[in-house]
Design a protein around this ligand. Structure first.
Ligand code: ATP
Ligand code: MG
Length: 472
């Protein structure tokens, strides 16, 4: 495995030599230079994993080296060194984006630790950069669809707030596009070049949540074998998306509130605060106001998060968007192949359905329909029963025949269901919501027989074949 490359910058040769010896002994590849100017040339021609630079140097000083490197490649961690007397400038440098500072009288162990942390940070960051690029690739295809009044309102709001630094709270039911909007806000903000980091507060065990958020110091709990930065640090310069924030335990809420107020975090097991620089977007599908009223969510934290409230409307309140979304998913899933059509009847069923799972459910239904459909025209047969027949409107498919008697309607409807289930009578009785013996009686009463087959009602009851099973 190639060892990490470190650039050491100091105008004093004795210092670069000393650091060279210490770090090479640790197995690192070390390059030393004795001026800020040389350092900036070096980072342009070679790639380094960490740069350690003295602050006070004649000509180009450490702060300028830091700024030059940040401009060239913001993911390279820069450690600045300073004599005790000028500790304040070192502290300022951290605010300018230095990874950390080292006092010149630091012990070897401390130097090694800081370098190892910097490398770890670089690794986490470059992983995140990779994810971010992947995401961005995906993001271009992930246009947000909607032209309903409700969505237009959301888009206008996003326009207004994306570029500000304000914290945003996105509330909305599951599958309404909260995460999609959060990403959109990030990519339209001045932090778009930084990372978009997500944490799902509901999916991580309580004890791990805090260490994920704030980082931890070595030995702070079993398994904490080394210091590790939290996601607040990983999100530096970018956007931190706190998903399912309503699931956060009260004890963690206190710490989050403190982090937001002070703009710094204290790693688990540590005492030294670390500055944070990220924009916060939070989302929840529970009603946070109610959570506050019932004592499960801190009111002060709620007000901190809810600086700009955004509500994602459920799909059933913006049915105009359904045909647009259907079209969008058809195109996206066609992946350049022939475009499928949706029959008028299928579209009617899609428009009528209530979509408790919102856009995600529609996305899944469309995907499934495109798999089931063979002819290039999506018909009601390609849709799940609950959408095709509706729970409370089972007769609705045939009410376009106003002159039919009720009995004729019923016969017609039973036939449709039988055709849909490919004459699996057990499934048919389920879809019809009647029991098997009732269906049997009706088949005889209406003289219904399987077309082409010699089957009468005789085999009814044994027909539990799964052949033709389509519904999920
Ligand atoms: N307006 C939209 N246009 C296109 N796709 C959308 C839209 N809204 C949601 N989607 C898609 O629906 C799926 C669900 O969206 P998303 O994950 O953003 O929802 P969510 O509100 O975060 O859901 P949950 O609360 O369950 O986490 C995603 O695949 C997303 O791409
Ligand atoms: Mg989500």
């Amino acid at each position: 495995m190639a060892s990490e490359k470190i650039l050491v910058v100091d105008d004093e040769q004795s210092m670069t030599q000393f650091l060279g010896i210490v770090l090479r002994k640790e197995g690192f590849q070390v390059t030393t230079v004795n001026s800020g100017k040389e350092a900036l040339e070096k980072v342009k021609s070679e790639s380094f994993d960490v740069v350690i630079s003295d602050i006070k140097m004649p000509g180009v000083d450490g702060i300028q080296v830091l700024q030059g490197i940040k401009k060239h490649d913001p993911s390279i961690p820069v450690v600045l060194m300073t004599a005790y007397a000028s500790q304040q400038s070192a502290i300022d440098s951290v605010n300018l984006g230095a990874f950390q500072y080292l006092l010149k009288n630091a012990k070897n162990d401390e130097i090694k630790l800081v370098v190892r942390n910097a490398i770890e940070m670089r690794r986490v960051r470059s992983e995140n950069q990779f994810l971010k690029r992947e995401l961005k690739k995906g993001h271009d295809e992930k246009t947000i669809i909607g032209s309903s009044e409700e969505m237009t309102r959301v888009f206008k709001m996003v326009d207004k707030v994306a570029d500000s630094e304000a914290t945003i709270l996105i509330q909305g039911d599951s599958g309404t596009g909260k995460e999609l909007i959060a990403k959109e806000i990030h990519y339209r903000s001045r932090r778009a070049g930084g990372p978009f980091v997500t944490i799902n507060c509901g999916a991580i065990p309580r004890d791990l949540l805090e260490s994920n958020l704030f980082g931890h110091e070595k030995g702070s709990f079993t398994g904490a074998v080394k210091d590790s930065p939290g996601l607040f640090q990983v999100a530096e310069g970018g956007t931190f998306f706190l998903d399912e924030v309503g699931e956060m335990p009260l004890a963690t809420q206190v710490k989050l509130l403190r982090a937001l107020q002070e703009r710094e975090v204290i790693p688990v097991g540590g005492t030294k605060p670390i500055k944070i620089d990220c924009r916060l977007v939070a989302a929840t599908n529970v009603d946070l106001e109610r959570e506050v009223a019932e004592g499960r969510f801190r009111a002060d934290l709620f007000f901190r998060l809810n600086v700009i409230p955004l509500r994602m409307p459920p799909l059933r309140q913006r049915r105009d968007d359904i045909p647009l979304l259907v079209d969008h998913f058809l195109k996206r899933n066609a992946r350049g192949g022939p475009l499928k059509l949706v029959s008028k009847e299928a579209m009617e069923a899609l428009m009528k359905y209530d979509w408790p799972g919102n856009v995600r459910e529609l996305e899944n239904v469309m995907e499934r329909a495109m798999i089931l459909d063979e002819g290039g025209n999506i018909t009601p047969e390609d849709l799940p029963d609950k959408i095709r027949f509706g729970h409370s409107q089972k007769g609705s498919l045939i009410i376009d025949s106003p002159n039919m008697t009720l009995e004729e309607l019923e016969k017609e409807y039973i036939l449709k269901v039988l055709n849909y289930t490919r004459w699996q009578k057990k499934r048919s009785s389920e879809v019809l919501g009647i029991n098997a013996s009732t269906l049997y009686r009706k088949l005889i009463a209406y003289g219904i027989e399987k077309p082409g087959g010699s089957r009468d009602g005789q085999d009814f009851g044994d027909d539990i074949s799964d052949e033709g099973e389509r519904a999920a």
